[in-house]
Structures are given as structure tokens and as C-alpha cells.
Design a protein around this ligand. Structure first.
Ligand SMILES: C[S@@+](CC[C@H](N)C(=O)[O-])C[C@H]1O[C@@H](n2cnc3c(N)ncnc32)[C@H](O)[C@@H]1O
Length: 198
């Protein structure tokens, strides 16, 4: 979890308006765990490649969602799932006038009811770190992209977490349906980016 994610926006200039609004909501609700600025910029760039559908698990206060919306092409639909009722309601209000955006309240597994995505950001449930993992063969179209945020940069192989092989990270890096790479976004932050094999 990006413990200091919301704080990473302090003093940032030139942000898309909707990102600034989502950060303000996170500040208002005292929600510290928004995606970091570096991750947001990655989502912004990746969103531009989607042609039909983008998904996200773990909406938080909508900061990552705002980056996705700011980067997407017109008409691309974005769905995000959040289990916290207050956050889901407030983010729904924030995006109420933005077309083709839907916030689902509930467990991340609600994303399984959606059609396959061009881009899926797994950021709250479904990342395999604590519990179940999203199934890229079900949730991504062939050639679709999966993003799993918030890893400490890998410094050895196999990667280790709390003294043991990091099974969550390995499950993504070695997933048979994916071509995956760890991308270092900052000295203390990595993300896994993966493409579903055809
Ligand atoms: C790291 S924050 C998400 C940050 C957000 N994606 C952003 O970019 O700013 C994780 C969010 O996932 C939500 N969450 C955690 N487990 C979940 C689950 N099983 N289903 C749905 N949401 C979940 C939490 O309530 C929290 O709001």
C-alpha cells in the first residue's frame, strides 16, 4: 500500500484537473494511500493505449482513476471497484459528470462480471499479496495490459519478502498467461506491468 501516496502530490504542478480534485478528496477524507505520483503518470500513459475498456480494483479516493480518465481516449469506459462505502460514494459523486466512468461498491471480485479489459490496474484486492489473485485470462483481452502497483524494488532473484520467496510477486512475473516485467518508478517503488499473451 502506498502509505505516503497522497502526500506525494504536495507541491506538484501541472496535474490534470481531475487528479487535483481526487487528491483534494483524499486529503479531505484523511486517506493517505492514494497511488504515488510516479504510478499515476504511468497509468496516464498506459490509459492512452486502451481502445475500449479499463478496469481498476481498489478505487481509494479516485486518484489513480483520475489519471486513467485523464489519459484515456474519448469513449473508453473505465470501471473501478471499491469495498469502502464512503469512498465509493464520494468518488461516484466526484466523477458523476464524467462520461463512461462507473464506480462499483463491493469486493474486487465484482470486476469478474465485466467484459475483458484492455488495461486492468489491480490495486485493492486481486493482487495476490493478501488473498486471491485476478485471473488475467478471464479479465484481459489478448494483448491487454495488467498493472500491479506497490512493490519494493527487487534486488535479488528470486525476490524475497519478509525473509521468504515473494510468492505474490513471482506469481505475476512467472504467470504462464503473461509476459511481465518489474518497472522501477522510484528508488523505493516498483510496479509490475504485464501483457496477456495472444
Ligand atoms: C492502495 S488503495 C487504492 C488507491 C487507488 N487505486 C489510487 O490509485 O489512488 C486500496 C483501496 O482498495 C480498497 N480495497 C482493499 N481490499 C479490497 C477488496 N477486497 N475489494 C475492493 N476494494 C478493496 C481499499 O478500501 C482502498 O480504498
Amino acid at each position: 500500500m502506498s502509505i505516503m501516496g497522497t502526500a506525494s502530490y504536495a507541491g506538484a504542478q501541472g496535474l490534470p484537473e481531475i487528479v487535483t480534485a481526487a487528491v483534494a478528496l483524499a486529503d479531505e477524507l484523511g486517506f493517505a494511500s492514494s497511488c504515488r505520483l510516479e504510478q499515476g503518470r504511468l497509468l496516464h500513459a498506459l490509459a492512452a493505449g486502451a481502445t475500449a475498456r479499463i478496469g481498476e480494483t481498489g478505487t481509494g479516493c479516485g486518484v489513480g482513476l483520475a489519471w486513467l480518465v485523464a489519459g484515456r481516449r474519448p469513449g473508453v469506459r473505465v470501471v473501478s471497484v471499491e469495498r469502502d462505502a464512503q469512498r465509493a460514494a464520494r468518488v461516484s459523486e466526484l466523477f458523476a459528470d464524467v462520461p463512461d466512468v462507473e464506480i462499483l461498491h463491493g469486493d474486487w471480485t465484482r470486476i469478474n462480471d465485466c467484459d475483458p479489459f484492455d488495461l486492468l490496474v489491480v490495486d485493492g484486492g486481486g493482487n495476490g499479496k493478501r488473498g486471491g489473485a485476478a485471473d488475467p485470462e478471464q479479465l484481459l483481452r489478448a494483448g491487454g495490459c495488467l498493472v500491479i502497483d506497490d512493490f519494493t524494488p527487487m534486488i535479488e532473484w528470486p525476490p524475497v519478502h519478509s525473509g521468504r520467496p515473494d510468492s505474490a510477486r513471482l506469481s505475476w512475473l512467472e504467470h504462464p498467461a503473461l509476459l511481465a516485467a518489474e518497472v522501477r518508478l522510484a528508488p523505493d517503488l516498483s510496479t509490475i506491468v504485464a501483457t496477456r499473451r495472444p
